[in-house]
Design a binder for this molecule. Structure first.
Ligand code: GDP
Ligand code: MG
Length: 370
């Protein structure tokens, strides 16, 4: 047809009607959700989203990013922050992750069953915080490659007896490029050679000035080894979360990112997903990277079976036809047919790309042998 209402157009291009109304307003048109738009107006709006209008609206539904749409303010509620830990090798990243997990996760959990799924949640002052238990650099690399954001806050771990080192600077650059707020954890304060002032001084040269020195970077002295300062660090994370107001809409189909995935002998393809918006449910038809399926079983970071997972929740799922890759996006669809179509199209694209890559690789190999 030659005309659509604002609501109909919004649905076709996977946007919220309120967003279309705002766009129209900025173009000088006052519109309501039931307003009928003519062909010119439709083309104008669609063009703003890089969508072609010919006989029909043509949107590339195999590009999973199109489903990562914004929600209207009234549908948004608070969600836990997603935190990554970065820093130089041996400065205590793993020890800190373990320390937070051991002191917080086991509280009130029967037996404290903690299986490793690549991410975990803790509760501090009644609020949840999600930690990505994967190497921070990997998370950032994927994030940057795709222009996608998975981390809200970076904890920069700097050993107080060693100071700023090359990977510390690298971490700062990653976080800055991604515009992710940094909290500095000055670690190993239990050591005799610890010198927090030196760390503060050295970080000043990289634009991280402590609040104590008139800047706006939070510094927290900790000992990941004996647990000192961990509570304070978690409180600072909550403080930043409060300021940044991380929000999501739990009442929509889930979208998010793969944290880890592997092939399990008994269970088949097993993937840890971070739900970034919406709620993931058992039975959901899903496309994950270049594979698809139906969510068969879900297990949370405590090793418990769950029926659904809301925003910022890490969850391990089975039911996919193949093994996706860390950093792949996932999207839940209304029906299995659409999920299968999108999934199969994406898997064919991947195959074609793979074939292309292969021939280049073999050429290179050939040159290597010459
Ligand atoms: P990563 O490479 O950043 O993951 O560092 P690790 O967590 O593996 O820690 C490197 C070494 O520093 C290990 O031997 C830890 O036991 C030690 N370590 C980590 N945190 C502390 C701390 O707060 N105090 C002391 N004394 N040692 C620590
Ligand atoms: Mg480590």
């Amino acid at each position: 047809s030659e005309s659509l209402t604002v609501a109909e157009l919004a649905k076709k291009i996977y946007r919220e009607p309120s967003e279309i109304i705002k766009k129209l307003f900025l173009l000088g048109v006052m519109a309501t959700i039931n307003q009928v738009l003519d062909k010119d107006a439709i083309e104008l709006i669609a063009g703003e989203y890089g969508v072609e209008v010919e006989e029909e609206i043509k949107i590339d539904t195999t590009d999973l990013e199109v489903y990562f749409t914004d929600d209207s303010a009234e549908n948004l509620v608070e969600r836990p922050s997603v935190v990554t830990i970065m820093g130089h090798v041996d400065h205590g990243k793993t020890t800190l992750l373990d320390s937070i997990r051991n002191t917080k996760v086991t509280e009130g959990e029967a037996g404290g069953i903690t299986q490793h799924i690549g991410a975990y949640q803790v509760v501090e002052n009644g609020k949840k915080i999600t930690f990505l238990d994967t190497p921070g650099h990997a998370a950032f690399t994927t994030m940057r490659q795709r222009g996608a954001k998975i981390t809200d806050i970076t904890i920069l771990v700097v050993a107080a007896d060693d100071g700023v080192m090359p990977q510390t600077v690298e971490a700062i650059n990653h976080a800055k490029a991604a515009e992710v707020p940094i909290i500095v954890a000055v670690n190993k304060m239990d050591k005799e050679a610890a010198n927090a002032d030196r760390v503060m001084q050295e970080l000043t040269e990289h634009g991280l000035v402590s609040e104590a020195w008139g800047g706006d970077t939070i510094f927290v002295p900790i000992s990941a080894k004996n647990g000192d300062g961990i509570d304070n660090l978690l409180e600072m994370i909550l403080l930043v979360s409060e300021v940044e107001e991380y929000k999501a809409n739990p009442n929509r189909k889930a979208v998010g990112t793969v944290i880890e995935a592997q092939l399990d002998k008994g269970r088949g393809s097993v993937a840890t997903l971070l739900v970034q918006n919406g709620t993931l449910k058992i039975g959901d038809p899903i496309v994950v990277g270049h594979t698809h399926g139906r969510v068969r079983a879900m297990v949370n970071d405590k090793g418990r079976r769950v029926k659904e997972a809301g925003p910022s929740t890490p969850v391990e799922i089975t039911g996919l036809s193949d093994v996706p890759q860390a950093g792949d996006r996932f999207v839940v669809f209304d029906d299995e047919k659409t999920a299968r179509q999108v999934g199969e199209a994406r898997s064919q694209q991947a195959l074609a790309a793979h074939r292309g890559e292969k021939s280049i690789v073999s050429l290179e190999t050939l040159f290597d042998q010459l």
